[in-house]
Design a protein around this ligand. Structure first.
Ligand code: A3P
Length: 300
């Protein structure tokens, strides 16, 4: 594995208003303008901490829009579903959002205080996807090897420390999930977990469809489910990010669609790391009624 000596300028994280952005990918001034965007009721923002199921939700939203017709979405994007449901915070994307036709579907990893103020007045819709943070950490570790805009980790132990310090793009997982969760009643928000989607994708997609006010037949919903399973998404280059240009993702280092399961952290964490993680988790989350599934065997 290639080891980086340290962050090059394009890997550098820029601390900005309590959050870390990526130099080159984000422009802090532009990110600040997102707060002032006019929002329409048909706008939908999928909010995630990185590695929590963002591209999964892109595929589900596109299929729901197309009423389950996978052929209708197959030719829509050049490289990936992110061409159609992009990250609002990436340079230039805010301007594109302003002039985009309805429905404007976007994803974001931003903290709550950056997002359009109008969302807090129940304009538009927000889907927050949370994932158990041990699996997030592991998925993010592997993604750092793949993503050219992020610094390649020295090793897992080093990345573990960075994640615990919030010294990564997205900053602290705990802050992210807690802040968004705290604001869930202020906005039209569906709060859903990656694990719920793994456990029962059909029910999860039904909930998402109802939340978005879609009226799909049972067959159409079944088709959305079929084409958004891990197994099937892997076979669709636009859905699995296989065609994202090499300057962004180094496809020789691994696949974006890596394991798609619950509990891979058990193959990475030492006993000591796990104990420390549990201690931090209980301290940070003690006032939040959020529970996560940590092992795939707990749902089988
Ligand atoms: P793993 O690295 O654990 O496999 P994001 O899109 O937010 O970056 O999240 C990526 C993670 O979601 C990866 O996790 C990826 O495999 C997983 N993922 C993507 N599509 C999925 C699907 N249909 N089912 C289960 N997991 C999926």
């Amino acid at each position: 594995m290639e080891i980086n000596e340290g962050p090059t300028p394009e890997h550098e994280l820029i601390p900005h208003r309590g959050f870390k952005l990526i130099r080159g990918t984000h422009d802090p001034d532009d990110v600040d303008q997102i707060y002032h965007l006019d929002i329409q009721d048909s706008d939908v923002f999928v909010v995630t901490y990185p590695k929590s199921g963002t591209i999964w939700m892109q595929q589900i939203l596109l299929l729901l829009e197309a009423q389950g017709d996978v052929s209708a979405i197959s030719g829509l994007s050049k490289h990936s579903n992110a061409d159609i449901i992009p990250w609002i915070e990436v340079k230039g994307h805010r301007q594109a959002f302003i002039v985009a036709p309805s429905p404007r579907l976007r994803v974001t990893h931003l903290q709550h205080h950056f997002l359009p103020a109008a969302l807090n007045h129940k304009k538009g819709k927000v889907i927050y996807v949370a994932r158990n943070p041990k699996d997030v950490l592991v998925s993010y570790f592997h993604f750092h090897k793949l993503a050219n805009m992020l610094e390649t980790p020295k090793d897992f132990d080093d990345f573990f420390e960075k994640f615990m310090r919030g010294d990564v793009f997205g900053s602290s997982w705990f802050e992210h999930v807690k802040t968004w969760y705290t604001h869930r009643e202020d906005m039209n928000m569906l709060f859903i977990t990656y694990e719920e989607m793994i456990q029962d994708l059909q029910s999860a997609i039904h909930r998402i469809s109802v939340f978005l006010g879609k009226d799909l037949s049972d067959d159409q919903l079944t088709s959305v489910v079929t084409h958004s399973t891990f197994h099937n998404m892997k076979k669709i280059p636009q859905a699995s990010y296989e065609q994202v240009p090499g300057e962004l993702l180094n496809h020789h280092q691994g696949r974006f669609m890596r394991k798609g399961t619950i509990g891979d952290w058990k193959n990475h964490f030492t006993v000591a790391q796990n104990e420390r993680f549990d201690e931090v988790f209980h301290r940070e989350m003690k006032d939040f009624p959020l529970s996560f599934i940590w092992d795939i065997r707990d749902i089988q």
